[in-house]
Design a protein around this ligand. Structure first.
Ligand SMILES: Cc1cc2nc3c(=O)[nH]c(=O)nc-3n(C[C@H](O)[C@H](O)[C@H](O)COP(=O)(O)OP(=O)(O)OC[C@H]3O[C@@H](n4cnc5c(N)ncnc54)[C@H](O)[C@@H]3O)c2cc1C
Length: 465
């Protein structure tokens, strides 16, 4: 089965009108709703929160500088055609995510290394031991050389039945193990993974790493001017009559004629019925529901086992973007691991924000800390990257996605062995229940995957005559 192509004109043929309940007003649920409504289906979207957008969330600081930062999705690769389609549809403005000017920092094993957008630092500046062969690769060939064998046999990574037989055997290897196998030193994977290396990252299937890299990392990345949440806000405006907010899905069950969804809102529990349901909730939420035990064994296994990364962002407000004095642009990556951004780098205002983006271990650590301890931990890390932080620090806010009851995690990734086994089952409809969400796509952890899967589920429902 292939991902739905943006050129597929399935919507030109109207299917038999259906009464459809969509669970979750995230990007997947809303994309499905918008397309089904256009075709005359009777759609209601059930959303637990009082806002739409799910893991696309933006925080705005009430200040004259109009500062904002994205707590979830931030980067839009230019080749993510589904995301681009909706961004263009709503005339949202884009700006390059990464600054082209000023110097970036890599903080690697305690050493602070400066580089520019078009001139990466020389490998020999990094405190790691590399062989002569590895030194000669430089950043230019760091991906392509060790992974050549996989790249030439890639096939179509957009296919939902990916990987092709020739490379599927590598699914049992993590990224590091594959590099060992190919005769490269650990230092190479440390360099490739700067900003991303985590315990769980080490467990990520080499094939997941390859698929994400090939589908996303080659392209220029953008941000939505004004905040990522403008996209779901626009979609929610179109769906104003169709989204029922503040209503939690508790469970669902189906028979041959209908699906029933048990919900609880501000009042008592209620049962809603429909011809078909699109379940666009994260697997972390679905896992807790009783209906899962009535699904096929393969689907149950996939729902239970899919790995989710724990992700956190801490937003630090500073009175002065002091790093600019040093010729820095406010962007850094550390092998702690952490990514650091100035989300408003193009602003000429003095006051600003720093986003510290933590994955897995450090993100999980956040859940055990008090607000003050979180601030201490993150600001000490950021202070190593951009010293003198404490002279300028005003406020902070941390969002840990594992603590968010509507997400219960960051996003899905395939660890060793999961790439070849889980996805085909996650996307299959079961009776009258259809599945969408970033986890049910080739683009795990991207808005693109959520939107594509929403369109795919809409097509499946529209296919009845
Ligand atoms: C920290 C972080 C960084 C990211 N960075 C990027 C990035 O740079 N670029 C990018 O493209 N993507 C990024 N992503 C991924 C992107 O945000 C997701 O892939 C996408 O938003 C998922 O959409 P979805 O519709 O599948 O799920 P969700 O957004 O999770 O939507 C599910 C909806 O269901 C609702 N819900 C949950 N439980 C219930 C219930 N019981 N009853 C009723 N409603 C319920 C939720 O409130 C939510 O609105 C990032 C994600 C995170 C967390």
């Amino acid at each position: 089965m292939k991902s739905l192509s943006i050129n597929d004109k399935w919507y030109l043929k109207r299917g038999k009108p259906q009464k459809v309940l969509i669970l979750g007003a995230g990007m997947a649920g809303m994309a499905a709703g918008i397309e089904l409504i256009k075709l005359g289906h009777d759609v209601k979207i059930i959303e637990g929160q009082t806002r739409a957008g799910g893991r696309v969330e933006t925080i705005r600081i009430p200040s004259k500088e109009n500062l904002y930062a994205n707590l979830g999705a931030s980067r839009i690769p230019g080749n993510h055609e589904w995301t681009m389609k909706y961004i263009n549809q709503y005339n949202l403005q884009l700006h390059p995510f990464n600054p082209l000017e000023g110097e970036y920092i890599h903080m690697f094993n305690g050493k602070r290394i400066r580089y520019t957008y078009d001139q990466p630092a020389d490998f020999s500046n990094y405190p790691v031991e590399l062989t002569q062969k590895e030194l000669a690769m430089g950043w230019q060939r760091i991906f392509s050389t060790p992974l050549k064998n996989l790249i030439i046999n890639m096939g179509d990574p957009k296919s939902l039945a990916w990987p092709p037989e020739k490379i599927s055997k590598y699914d049992i290897y993590s990224f590091k193990e594959y590099l060992d196998l190919a005769g490269y030193s650990r230092s190479i994977s440390d360099l490739i993974n700067i900003g991303w290396e985590t315990e769980q990252g080490m467990d990520m299937s080499i094939l997941q790493f390859m698929r994400t890299s090939i589908l996303s990392y080659g392209a220029i990345k953008y941000k939505i001017v004004g905040g990522s949440d403008l996209l779901p806000m626009k979609m929610a405006e179109d769906l104003a009559k169709n989204i029922q907010y503040g209503t939690k899905v508790i469970d669902l069950y189906q028979d041959e004629k209908k699906v029933s969804v048990i919900v609880s809102g501000r009042t008592e529990r209620q049962t809603l019925t429909a011809d078909r349901v699109i379940c666009a909730l994260p697997l972390t939420v679905i896992r807790k529901m009783n209906f899962v035990k009535f699904l096929s064994k393969e689907k149950q296994k996939a729902i239970r086992e899919m790995t989710y990364w724990n992700l956190s962002k801490t937003i630090l407000q500073v009175s002065n973007r002091y790093w600019k004095k040093e010729g820095l642009n406010g962007f850094a990556a550390t092998n702690r691991p952490m990514e650091v951004w100035d989300p408003n780098y193009e602003s000429s205002e003095k006051r600003g924000l720093i986003v510290a983006y933590m994955k897995d271990d450090d993100s999980r650590l956040m859940t055990k800390l008090s607000d003050q301890e979180r601030l201490n931990f993150v600001s000490n890390q950021v202070n190593k990257v951009f010293p003198n932080l404490f002279d300028h620090l005003e406020h902070s806010y941390t969002k840990n996605w594992g603590e968010d009851p509507w997400a219960l995690g960051g996003y899905s990734i395939n660890t060793r062995g999961q790439m070849t086994t889980l996805l085909p089952h996650l996307i299959k409809p079961e009776g009258r229940i259809y599945f969408a969400g970033e986890h049910a796509s080739a683009y795990h952890g991207w808005i693109q995957g959520a939107i594509e899967s929403g369109n795919r589920a809409a097509k499946e429902i529209n296919s009845f005559e």
